[in-house]
Design a protein around this ligand. Structure first.
Ligand SMILES: CC(C)(COP(=O)(O)OP(=O)(O)OC[C@H]1O[C@@H](n2cnc3c(N)ncnc32)[C@H](O)[C@@H]1OP(=O)(O)O)[C@@H](O)C(=O)NCCC(=O)NCCS
Length: 182
């Protein structure tokens, strides 16, 4: 069993489990249309107490092996976003992330995704990762393609914040593709 205290280090960032003390900071960064409107499952406005409730469920989901959520920290700014792996309805392991808007464009998502992918393949032993981004979010596509994800199709996903279905680009990266590229 992998400890709940596990943290993963990158060159400029650290990934660590959330604690309830992070809730106000998560609430602050996530209460932003430009973040919520680009992900599937973040409502907008974000409900009061929503971050606390979300974090409170992490240990159980991690223990069940369904979900690996990490806070992304930088030395200078502390908690700047989140990245994680979650099991989808079809049984695949999917990567998802958001970065607080003041910290966009500094390479944080790219580094966090690189660290998380190593964790998924090398520590968890996952064989295949999936990811999806809305068609209107090329920055996220760029983050994924830089670490080797390839487009495998399109689907429609419901966006809670927009309250509508949107076109989504689906990508995949297998452990073998990852090994061959590193
Ligand atoms: C998408 C998001 C995670 C990117 O985070 P970030 O830390 O700014 O990303 P990075 O700085 O590591 O990299 C962004 C890359 O996208 C590129 N990019 C930015 N805007 C772009 C655009 N409109 N079109 C194409 N590429 C774009 C950047 O140039 C950079 O690529 P580069 O390193 O080759 O120059 C962040 O904007 C975010 O959290 N958005 C809202 C939530 C979200 O979209 N989550 C993902 C859901 S799938």
């Amino acid at each position: 069993m992998i400890a709940e205290t596990l943290s993963l280090a990158g060159e400029n960032i650290r990934l660590r489990p959330f604690t309830l003390e992070d809730a106000p900071r998560v609430q602050e960064l996530i209460s932003n249309w430009n973040v919520a409107s680009m992900v599937a499952r973040i409502p907008h406005p974000y409900p009061e107490g929503g971050a606390e409730e979300w974090i409170a469920g992490h240990n159980e989901r991690r223990a069940a092996g369904d979900s690996w959520p990490f806070a992304i920290e930088t030395k200078k700014a502390g908690l700047v976003g989140t990245i994680g792996l979650g099991t989808t309805e079809s049984g695949s392991m999917e990567i998802g992330y958001w970065i607080g808007e003041p910290y966009w464009g500094k390479g944080i998502a790219s580094e966090a995704a690189r660290v998380l992918v190593e964790f998924a393949f090398d520590i968890l032993g996952v064989e295949r990762l999936t990811a999806g981004h809305f068609g209107s979010n090329p920055a996220s596509g760029r983050v994924l393609k830089k670490i080797g994800f390839e487009e495998v199709g399109n689907d429609k996903r419901f966006c809670l914040a927009r309250d509508e279905e949107l076109d989504c680009i689906v990508l995949e990266l297998t452990a073998q593709q990852h090994r061959e590229s590193t």
